[in-house]
Write a protein that binds this ligand. Structure first.
Ligand SMILES: C[S@@+](CC[C@H](N)C(=O)[O-])C[C@H]1O[C@@H](n2cnc3c(N)ncnc32)[C@H](O)[C@@H]1O
Length: 270
């Protein structure tokens, strides 16, 4: 099984794994095989003006576990998808129906809803723990969920007006948590003075590390365009750099010529 993202002068190719992906599909111990043009799953895009203007959808089959991933990554690389779109797509490859997941910064509730869709299905009743320090944010999330879900589904979401550094106080100790997601910064449309801060973000990351099950993911979207954003990014990078390579796979996506663009960061626990 392998995922291949190769950069050749003038072409980009993603190779689909041969079999169903497990949450641990980013196993670096696997040997990557070269992309062959005869494979259905490879697409090559020339980075010329035409391809950028008419970004083509993927050649990955719809029922593939990678379906959507190629679009999200290529869209991000060509400036057509947001960091949050990439994050949502990565979640899909990790989270399973019935899982317990945590939205550490629920804000307006868009991420919370996306998570619920991943964990809830039929009798597989997963749970989303959604936290925010702002009561306004929880109200926004609650009304967005009322509009988007039926009452039974909404019951699977537990809202807490609490700092994410205290997540262990509200998440049951016996819960196996597959995903803890942070979408940092301030509440869009809200008070821009109320932002996530390095100190509590780091405490929350430590807590996330403790509650995350093997095969789980800490997903972070970092914004650096506001005061304190760069400092927060640097402390997250330092946190990630200290995680052992035996137990964690850590990566960041960054636009080199758009230094203020949001950055998705993924910390996979082996
Ligand atoms: C970018 S917004 C989140 C957007 C949200 N995930 C969505 O889908 O709409 C960041 C949120 O983090 C919240 N926040 C800031 N500091 C926090 C903390 N220490 N604990 C929990 N939430 C916090 C803010 O109140 C704000 O609502």
């Amino acid at each position: 099984m392998s995922l291949l993202l190769r950069f050749w002068p003038g072409s980009i190719a993603i190779q689909k794994p041969q079999t169903r992906l497990s949450p641990r599909f980013f196993d670096p111990s696997q040997r990557y095989t070269p992309c062959k043009s005869s494979w259905n799953f490879c697409s090559c895009l020339k980075p010329n003006q035409q391809n950028r203007a008419h970004f083509k959808s993927s050649s990955v089959p719809r029922d593939s576990p990678l379906s959507g991933m190629e679009d999200a990554l290529m869209g991000y690389l060509f400036g057509k998808k947001r960091a949050t779109d990439v994050a949502h797509m990565v979640w899909k490859h990790v989270v399973q129906k019935g899982d317990t997941v945590v939205d550490a910064t629920c804000g307006n509730g868009y991420d919370t809803l996306a998570m619920l869709k991943l964990v809830a299905h039929g009798s597989n009743k997963g749970f989303v723990y959604a936290l925010d320090i702002q009561k306004d944010a929880l109200d926004m999330t609650s009304s967005w969920l009322d509009k988007s879900l039926d009452p039974t589904e909404k019951q699977l979401i537990k809202l807490f007006n609490i700092c994410h550094s205290k997540m262990e106080e509200v998440i049951p100790t016996n819960a196996s948590v597959r995903l803890v997601a942070f979408n940092l910064g301030y509440l869009p449309g809200g008070d821009k003075e109320i932002i996530t801060r390095s100190e509590t973000t780091l405490l929350a990351l430590e807590a996330a590390k403790r509650i995350l099950m093997p095969g789980g993911l800490i997903s972070i979207v970092v914004y650096v365009g506001h005061p304190g954003g760069w400092e927060e990014l640097k402390s997250i990078e330092a946190f990630a750099a200290r995680l052992s390579t035996e137990d964690w796979i850590c990566c960041k996506l960054q636009m080199l010529n758009r230094p203020s663009a949001p950055m998705p960061i993924f910390l996979f626990k082996r």
